[in-house]
Each structure stands twice: as C-alpha cells, then as structure tokens.
Design a protein around this ligand. Structure first.
Ligand code: SF4
Length: 332
C-alpha cells in the first residue's frame, strides 16, 4: 500500500506506460565470463557472432514496421570492436532510421571500449553520444556491492566504476536507467546497500547535472544454464530461485527507497506476465518494452515475448490504462 502510495505521488494517475521496441544483441563475443550469464561465447571459442550491419538494419526495419521506436542494443565485451565500430554503426542507424532511439550499451561495454580504444571515459561517452547513442540502459549494475560482484562477476567493473560512469554520463546531460539483479549470493542488507548507493548517486546527479536515472528495474537471477546456478546449487541443494512473492516485496521496497527515481519498471521477461500484472499494485508504473526479441534471459531458460496488444490487455486487466511512451517516459 505504501509503495502504491509512493507511486501515485511520483506518477499520479492509473496510467501504466510501455514502449514499443526490440532488443538487438549485436555480438555475443565476450571475455568477461560473468558466472550468471548464459549468453556469451568467448573470443577463443570461435562460435560467437557479430551481426552484420544488414542484419541489424533488417531487425530495425522489422521493428519500425510494427510501430517500434526504440532499440535496446547490447552485446558482450568483444576485443575486436573499438570505438570506430560503434561510431560507424550508430551513425549509419541514425542516417537510415532517424526516428529510432538508440538505448544502448552498458557500463561494462563502455569502459571496455574506452580501454581498447585508448580513450578517456569522458571522451568515449562524448563520442558515442555524438554518433547517436541517446540513453544508456542500467544493465550490469547487478548488485552494487563489491563483495557480491567479486563472487558473481569477478572480472567486471566495481561498484564505484559503475556508478561513476553513470554519474559522468548524467553530467554530460545524459539519461540512463538502473537495474538490480538479486537472488544470487547477496543478503537482504546488501540489496538495501544497492538501493542506497543508487539513491545517493541519483541525489548527486539531480543536484549537480541535467541528467539522471529515469527508471529502476529489478529482477531475480535466472539460474538455468549458468555456472553460478550450478555453483550455488552444488553448495546448497535446497537453494531455490527467488519467488514471485520476493519480487513483489523487493520492488515495493525499491519504490520506497528510490523515491528520487520517477519510474519503476516491471520485468515481465523474468517474472512472467501474471506477477508483472500484480506488481503494478506494488509501486510499479511501467511495463517495459515489447521486446520483440530477447536473447540474454532466454539463454538462461526464461522465454517470454509479447506483442503490443497483449501488453495493453495485461495492463488493462490489472485495472490500469495502457499508455505508449518513448525512452524518456514521455507519452507518444
Ligand atoms: S553479462 Fe555481459 S559482460 Fe558478463 S559475460 Fe555476459 S555478456 Fe559478458
């Protein structure tokens, strides 16, 4: 009830927004080896892919034909792709599809592009933005607690690196989202630590910059087919994936703790449509993207894809009005 109250205070009305978009995973080549990830192939395996530009264009065209406006463009940390690859790709997308919003990359990808291109982080962000990157998804935040990060993704960026990259993007006037993947090895206190770190970063960005986090998105770890799932189950045969009930409590606490982030998004891809519907009464005001394609979570055995009509039906039947939005949560 309190979370719903906080949601009404932040976003008054019974509207629930969603965006028509699609995921494009431009490469699955990645050396980082996060233990929760079932999506990547290592550079040495030679089984990985990098999508040819025509395939990326074809996917965008399919989305545009269905009324989509946003591509969530993400991949792995591929040692062959330096900043010029991204600049050329983003510019080419911008020329061919000027109406399409590139919501792309992740902090880990951006830090790596800077490193292998021998650029400062700021220069990298400025150049990516100039080429057409418009917002950065909050993927890769996982749990912003270094103890947990060292267990689940020992070679990925630290909490400070993740937050500093986002704060710098905000300083440049950019917007991004922030996620939380719970249900691995973290304690409840560590979930709160993640939320507090996010809250402080957002306070800082709101006070000192023109950018900030637009939305908070939580989901639980999907263990199937991942080394981390096998490891946790081997250590504790009674371990269970976090429940839908846990999800509802977590997103409700998220809304209360992160009342400086305006939008809180349901993750129907991981929770399934029913829990996502119920979560609309637990502080959430957004149903995310139609996600014509989802390779990362589906690689871990969770596979939901939803057309616009179905998203609208689910929102309506949960007692809300469905509204189409853009990436900055403006009604379209
Ligand atoms: S989560 Fe991202 S960075 Fe980690 S292994 Fe998977 S693709 Fe690579």
């Amino acid at each position: 009830m309190l979370a719903d109250f906080a949601r009404q205070r932040a976003v008054p009305s019974r509207d629930v927004t969603y965006i028509a978009g699609r995921n494009i995973n431009y490469t699955n080549v990645c050396w980082v080896g996060c233990k929760f990830c079932a999506f990547y192939d290592t550079p040495a395996s030679k089984k990985g892919y990098t999508l040819p530009r025509e395939v990326i264009f074809q996917k965008i065209q399919e989305m545009v034909d269905l009324g989509g406006i946003e591509i969530l463009l993400q991949g792995g940390l591929n040692p062959k792709l330096k900043i010029d690859y991204y600049e050329e790709l983003f510019s080419a997308i911008g020329e061919k599809f000027p109406q399409v919003w590139i919501h792309g990359l992740s902090v880990a990808e951006i830090l790596y592009i800077a490193k292998i291109s021998r650029l400062s982080l700021e220069e990298t962000l400025v150049r990516l933005r100039a080429a057409g990157l418009r917002t950065i998804p909050g993927a890769g935040a996982e749990m912003l607690v270094d103890r947990v990060r060292k267990v689940i993704a020992p070679y990925k960026d630290t909490t400070t690196e993740w937050l500093d990259t986002m704060k710098l993007w905000h300083k440049l006037g950019g917007f991004s989202t922030v996620t939380m993947m719970y249900g691995t090895v973290e304690t409840t206190d560590e979930r709160l630590e993640h939320m507090l770190a996010t809250r402080e970063a957002q306070d800082e960005s709101l006070a000192n910059t023109t950018g900030g986090f637009t939305a908070f998105i939580a989901w639980n770890f999907q263990p199937d087919g991942t080394p981390l799932g096998d490891e946790i189950r081997a250590q504790n045969p009674h371990w269970r994936k976090a429940t839908g009930y846990d999800y509802l409590r977590t997103v409700a606490v998220g809304r209360l703790m992160l009342d400086n982030i305006p939008h809180h998004q349901a993750s129907w891809v991981t929770q399934g449509p029913k829990i996502a519907q119920i979560a609309l009464g637990f502080g959430l005001d957004d149903f995310g993207s139609t996600m014509m394609e989802e390779n990362v979570v589906s690689a871990a055995g969770t596979d939901f894809v939803m057309p616009i009509s179905e998203i609208e039906r689910l929102i309506r039947e949960a007692g809300h009005d469905a509204c189409k939005r853009d990436t900055l949560y403006r009604r379209v």
